[in-house]
Design a protein. Structure first.
Length: 177
């Protein structure tokens, strides 16, 4: 477990909402708080290692690592003159969370005057899904941004709660040991 020396107040005041926090905000609020305060899980966790491997080896022929305002997009390309931003995940188990993360990226681009299309990619399942920024998705992303702000601003992390994500969570040892 790696903890940064920054205080919770500092972490909160400096917080810029990245897509990963949007993702955690719909998975586990405790995980969201820990990530927002840069209390990082064990880097050797097998699930994290595999996730990194997948990001490094999938879709190598496309442009990768594009970043806007601290939001790092997995893959970007152009289709018929429109920017396509793709998010790679190892499984579609958390489909709605991934959709919110990608919706947040599309809004970040829209806030910069760039209209883009999103694409969810699950290489192991050989599956892709297009995501368009609709009013419903915009509203859902704004709700999650608010949750990120509120939970990150708490002085201590929310207590652990048994969730279906716990068994594969890199924080499991910290929550349940
Ligand atoms: S182990 Fe469970 S409660 Fe703890 S951070 Fe992970 S998902 Fe949340």
């Amino acid at each position: 477990m790696n903890a940064s020396p920054s205080s919770p107040d500092a972490a909160t005041s400096e917080l810029s909402i990245g897509g990963t926090l949007i993702w955690y905000s719909s998975i586990c609020l405790r995980q969201l708080w820990l990530m927002a305060h840069q209390i990082n899980p064990d880097e050797d966790d097998p699930n994290l290692e595999y996730g990194r491997f997948l990001h490094e080896t999938a879709y190598l022929r496309e442009k990768r690592g594009f970043e806007v305002n601290g939001n790092r997009f997995d893959v970007v390309s152009f289709r018929n003159g429109t920017l396509v931003v793709a998010e790679i995940k190892k499984s579609s188990r958390a489909l709605e969370s991934t959709r919110l993360q990608l919706g947040h990226y599309l809004m970040v681009l829209e806030e910069q005057g760039i209209n883009a299309i999103g694409e969810l990619r699950f290489p192991e399942e050989r599956r892709k899904q297009e995501v368009r920024l609709t009013d419903d998705l915009r509203r859902a992303v704004l709700r999650q941004r608010q949750i990120v702000r509120e939970v990150s601003g708490l002085p201590t992390p929310p207590p652990p709660k048994r969730l279906r994500w716990c068994s594969k969570c890199a924080y499991a040892e910290m929550c349940w040991a």
